[in-house]
Design a binder for this molecule. Structure first.
Ligand SMILES: Nc1ncnc2c1ncn2[C@@H]1O[C@H](COP(=O)(O)OP(=O)(O)OP(=O)(O)O)[C@@H](O)[C@H]1O
Length: 626
């Protein structure tokens, strides 16, 4: 008999399992029972289209046996079984290769083990067993095979005998060590409670021989023990249960058992609709962002059941993209079992369910925002970006759906605020919703362009995500208040007085500004006196639709069309530096050139834009110093 090695990645995962310090070793049973239930589901499916198979529910179950003496725990199912090739393919390698890399990385980071919150499935058996034997006979096959492994150095597959179709997994439970007890996994009550905890909703009976006591006939205090086969699980799927019967913990267990995420859910929704459409659904909003959320690998979608039978793992049509973080399932008796993907896309019922679900998620988020702010902020930290993308995508088709859910950091409140909260606080004389864009809150705090708006006592929203400005441009206004960047040419702040004096400034210094613009060789659209600067000497303003932050993002795109913001160099005429400019203009053109270039480069630096000629800039600085 040839012993085969595990594939490299499986081997590493196995080593981690065997040496795991994971405290919840008990989840191995959930994993194995879940596999058994899937295997029975597969027969159920086949029976739907294959008349030669009859599905008599009495014949389909999972059976757990405990043999304390020999330290054996056995899980038997009457599912579809595995052929020799399937044993090799399914148990010799790890299906989800991406997950391992993530696991090791995270363990290093957090210093604790997160095995078990993953879909590592079958391999978790090695957390409690030092030998695992899988005997299986596939449907349509007269032959049975046995797969054996002690985890560490590979596995063997041999022919075996098995009378009926299905799979038996025998675990040789580890001996106790100084630190850990494994005996508990051979205790009836313990196994029963693990089944209840994690697998209660499994649709097929999970049977076990349970020891009971009876009063001996004819006696009053003598007991006799007897065993009887009992079904441990309640068989009712959690989504069919009454909400009042369920605790948060039950939902959390369901989330974990289903491998919806590696975290705990932040919140859940249990929906039961009985009307023009009929469906039940359990939805979760995860607490943290999945590691692959913004990668190509991430697939949105909900599990779709037709009357209790899983018909699709990830039904994408049930969720809009902007809620792609939602996990969960939908069960509807109105959907046909053997419906194809193509038909499903056009199914009226499904469309109605999707719309209904979208509204429920939205109201759940609104209610979190209103009643559990902290939780909502946590959610927003993880998935806020997705909502903002949702406002921008599809030419803004969903902007109204989402505008009340987005938040931005506020200069006044020093925390995230909603647009409604901002508008409500706006003083009467404030015409616009002001925002400033930059890489970080700290950076925006120091932006010269914010001075005037802040001086007026107006609140500014900070846009630190690349999508922010694009989303807001799509929205255009909120409660009829337009958005205005603090860098925009006209801030809409001017009172009559300042306007007059500004115009005076403009005229007085027009020649100087024209000269400066000439010296800058049309790198800016205009040089002018600033109405917004208070203490800083210089900044950029922009004209038109494209702001400097947008220019940065667009320039970073691979197929950028070289879109540029129309920059205006604004000079603070109240600043001492301005006097130097005026003097140089009258007396020393070379100096004026030097100062103009320095100020232009300073404005670039403030915006975080690259200097066109850093060497020239430093040389210029030196000239000023000597
Ligand atoms: N009792 C069983 N009967 C039939 N096939 C099984 C059984 N247990 C495991 N398998 C097969 O082995 C494969 C690997 O199982 P494993 O538990 O490692 O991962 P999974 O079930 O595919 O994923 P996950 O546990 O993450 O949902 C399964 O997909 C299934 O094809």
């Amino acid at each position: 008999m040839v012993k085969k090695e595990f594939k490299a990645e499986s081997k590493r995962l196995l080593e981690m399992m065997i040496n795991s310090i994971y405290t919840q070793k008990e989840i191995f049973l959930r994993e194995l029972i879940s596999n058994s239930s899937d295997a029975i589901d597969k027969i159920y499916y086949r029976a739907l289209t294959d008349e030669s198979i009859s599905f008599d529910s009495d014949n389909y179950f999972v059976k757990i046996d405990i043999d304390k003496e020999n330290r054996l725990l056995t899980i038997t199912d009457t599912g579809i079984g595995m052929t020799k090739e399937e044993l090799e393919a399914n148990l010799g390698t790890i299906a989800k290769s991406g997950s391992l890399a993530f696991k090791t990385e995270n363990e290093l980071k957090d210093g604790h083990d997160i095995i078990g919150q993953f879909g590592v499935g079958f391999y978790s058996a090695f957390m409690v067993a030092d030998h695992v034997t899988v005997t299986s006979r596939a449907l349509d096959s007269g032959e049975a095979y046995v797969w054996r492994s002690n985890g560490a150095d590979g596995y063997t597959i041999e022919e075996a005998t098995k009378e009926s179709v299905g799979t038996t997994i025998e675990l040789k439970i580890k001996e106790n060590t100084e630190d850990e007890s494994y005996d508990e996994f051979l205790e009836e009550y313990r196994i029963q409670s693990i089944i209840k905890k994690y697998s209660d909703f499994i649709r097929y009976p999970i049977k076990m021989d349970v020891t009971n006591r009876n009063l001996k006939e004819g006696t009053e205090d003598e007991w006799e023990e007897f065993t009887e086969e009992k079904t441990i699980n309640s068989l009712v799927p959690i989504w069919r249960k009454n909400k009042s019967e369920l605790k948060d913990e039950d939902y959390e267990n369901f989330y974990q058992e289903k491998h919806y995420g590696f975290d705990k859910p932040l919140t859940h929704l249990h929906i039961s609709v009985d009307g023009a459409i009929r469906y039940q659904s359990i939805l979760f909003i995860p607490e943290s962002m999945p590691f692959d959320y913004y990668s190509k690998e991430y697939e949105k979608g909900l599990e779709l059941y037709s009357n209790g039978v899983l018909i699709m793992n990830k039904c994408a049509d049930l969720l809009p993209d902007y809620f792609s973080f939602v996990k969960g399932m939908v069960d509807s008796e109105d959907l046909s079992l053997n419906i194809s993907r193509e038909i499903l896309q056009h199914d009226r019922q499904l469309k109605m369910i999707a719309k209904n679900i979208k509204n429920k998620i939205k109201s759940q988020l609104q209610s979190l925002l209103k009643n559990e702010r902290e939780k909502y902020e946590k959610f927003y930290e993880a998935f806020g970006r997705q909502l903002k993308f949702g406002m921008y995508n599809d030419f803004g088709a969903n902007k109204d759906e989402l505008k009340d859910l987005v938040m931005f950091y506020s200069s006044k409140e020093k925390k995230l605020v909603t647009l409604a909260e901002y508008v409500e606080r706006m003083p009467e004389e404030q015409k616009y919703i002001y925002y400033a864009s930059g890489d970080s809150i700290e950076r925006i705090d120091k932006m010269p362009q914010t001075e005037m708006v802040t001086d007026k006592g107006f609140e500014i929203l900070y846009f630190t995500d690349d999508v922010d400005e694009f989303a807001i441009k799509m929205l255009m206004n909120y409660q009829e208040k337009e958005f205005k960047s603090v860098s925009s040419g006209d801030l809409g702040l001017d009172s009559e007085d300042t306007q007059e004096s500004d115009e005076k400034d403009e005229q007085e210094y027009q020649e100087l500004f024209t000269e400066m613009n000439k010296l800058l060789d049309s790198k800016v659209k205009e040089v002018r006196a600033s109405k917004r600067l208070r203490t800083h000497p210089v900044c950029f303003a922009t004209d038109g639709e494209v702001t400097i932050e947008m220019e940065k993002i667009l320039q970073a795109m691979p197929d950028n069309q070289n879109v540029k913001a129309e920059k205006i160099l604004e000079i603070n005429t109240e600043h001492e530096v301005f006097q130097s400019l005026v003097q140089a203009f009258g007396q020393d053109k070379e100096k004026l050139n030097l100062y103009t270039n320095l100020l232009y480069n300073q404005a670039l630096l403030i915006e975080g834009l690259p200097l066109q000629d850093p060497v020239q800039f430093t040389n210029d600085m030196c000239k000023v110093m000597v």
